[in-house]
Design a protein around this ligand. Sequence first.
Ligand SMILES: [Mg+2]
Length: 180
Amino acid sequence: MTKKLFKILVDLDGVICNLDATLLKTYRLKFPSLPYIPLQDRVGQCSDLQYLEKFGPKEASAVQKILKTPGFYRTIEPNPDAIKGIKELNKRRDLKLYICTSPWHRNPTCVQDKIDWIGEHLGKSWVKKTIITPDKSLIKGDVLLDDRCDIDKLGKVDFQHVMVRCEHNEGVKNRFVLEN
Ligand SMILES: [Mg+2]
């Protein structure tokens, strides 16, 4: 009988790459006169919503403009420790690792950018291990490592969510947490 492999789904944005950090750098570069939220003060999954609440529509639309820019997702800086970690885990014969990521539908090149990013920063073999889905609840696995704090909003899921700690979910408690 073949042994069942333990499947680990790993989120991309906020886990393997630093979406918020790259977004902030780009925002300050492109909109130097607008106020910004330092990384340590980011709260919640969506930057544009926090900018809307804290500053107003002008700042929120500046954030959205960056997120919508073709090629932006190709420029996100990698998180070297996370990459090292998943490559280590991938050596284990009892584990099966996949990247599981949702595209931002309002960016026309987001899907291809993510595939190209994975090919460059993780290696071509990881492109074949990449699941791109608008809804992670459709995907089966044993564990999902994801920085999202509201995975429960997806409804019934077929994995145990382990929340990867980062700036925007710093205040979230009562979860299985993987601390950075
Ligand atoms: Mg994420």
